[in-house]
Design a protein around this ligand. Structure first.
Ligand code: UT7
Length: 318
């Protein structure tokens, strides 16, 4: 499987740390030093499906693939305005595709899970092109009075078009059922028959526990894909990590003893955009012509579950 096109889309509203300190007991200094985030793009008057459509359209253009030539659409998404139908089905109509489509919720690791599913589809089906769109609005999950969560997130969408090939060399996925450090529960519609307590509320996060789980799982997954391909850390040109906290990225980089330039990041501009963060970063590197043919990339993400995954791939796009 090869990545032949990338795209992304951001909401128009920029919210800086200074703007947050106008209504929260926080500061640019705290947010910058603890997370690396300076600003984020937040949904205000947009709909997530429109961001997904923009990212998908750009990825298709970049790949030179027409929407009607797509054989499958996979959307990675945690929440959006529709409970049903799926975001991928809404998107299918908006871009003018006619392929089957499915959504998955792999939390912030959703892009790696989607890559793995796409890879299996190429092996099991007679298909040519798959579109993955990761579209997320985590800023609608948090309580905007809670400074420990709301400052971390941003909204956005990232997309890739995939075709047959040998570029994806290894994928490792892990999942451990451990919701306590990071979860959100919501009340469903009432029925006359419900007689149980129903939890409801914003995202709950034990930051330090998530930090440790993230570092541990990412290190293990990276080691796993590198070992599987008989490579060393030095053989990898770029490590694209989920953009959750610059300190998580730095801790992993220090363990791997690799140069800072190998860990591109954009968390300072967008915050944590959940599963969209890696495809957005990949699109930036692709469009800025930073990736050379033959470069080896490791993608690594982690999130609520606790789920995680890494992918090692060769870049062959000109
Ligand atoms: O995609 C996965 C999603 N989540 C993550 O990846 C999160 C992983 N965890 C983290 O990134 C970090 O744990 C955080 C950035 C969330 C927090 O950083 P920390 O260094 O672990 O800080 P802390 O939670 O230990 O809090 C230190 C202090 C506390 O005050 P006290 O108890 O020491 O007086 C917090 O109340 O910082 C306070 N604090 C803040 N202060 C100013 C927490 N949030 C803020 C804030 N502004 N926004």
């Amino acid at each position: 499987m090869n990545i032949i096109g990338t795209g992304c889309a951001h909401p128009s509203l920029t919210v800086t740390n200074e703007m947050l300190s106008g209504f929260l007991d926080t500061s640019d200094e705290w947010i910058t030093t603890r997370t690396g985030i300076k600003k984020r793009q937040l949904i205000s008057d947009e709909r997530l499906e429109d961001l997904a459509t923009e990212a998908a359209t750009k990825a298709l253009e970049n790949a030179g693939v027409a929407a009607e030539d797509l054989d499958y659409i996979i959307c990675s998404n945690v929440i959006n305005e529709y409970i049903t139908p799926s975001l991928s089905c809404i998107l299918q109509g908006k871009i003018g595709a006619n392929s089957p489509c499915v959504d998955l919720n792999g939390a912030c690791a959703g892009f790696i899970y989607a890559l793995d599913i796409a890879n299996s589809f190429f092996k099991s089906k007679d298909i040519k092109n798959i579109l993955i769109v990761c579209a997320e609005e985590p800023t609608r999950m948090v309580d905007w009075n809670q400074r420990n969560t709301c400052v971390l997130f941003g909204d956005g969408a990232g997309a890739v078009v995939l075709s047959r090939g040998e570029d994806v060399m290894a994928i490792k996925l892990t999942a451990v059922s451990k919701p306590e450090p990071l979860y959100q529960m919501r009340k469903l519609e009432h029925t006359p028959f419900i007689n149980k307590e129903e939890p409801d509320g914003p995202l709950v996060m034990k930051g330090q526990d998530v930090f440790k789980l993230a570092v541990e799982s990412s290190k293990n997954d990276i080691n796993s894909v590198i070992d599987e391909c008989d490579l060393s850390y030095n053989d990898v040109n770029y490590y694209l990590l989920h953009q959750a906290n610059i300190r998580i990225i730095d801790t992993i980089r220090n363990t791997l003893q690799q140069d800072e330039s190998k860990f591109p990041h954009n968390i300072e501009k967008y915050g944590n955009t959940s599963s969209a963060s890696i495809p957005i970063l990949l699109d930036e590197l692709n469009r800025d012509k930073k990736l050379k043919k033959g470069d080896k990339l490791v993608l690594s993400a982690f999130g609520a579950g606790f789920v995680a995954g890494a992918c090692l791939l060769k870049w062959s796009k000109e």
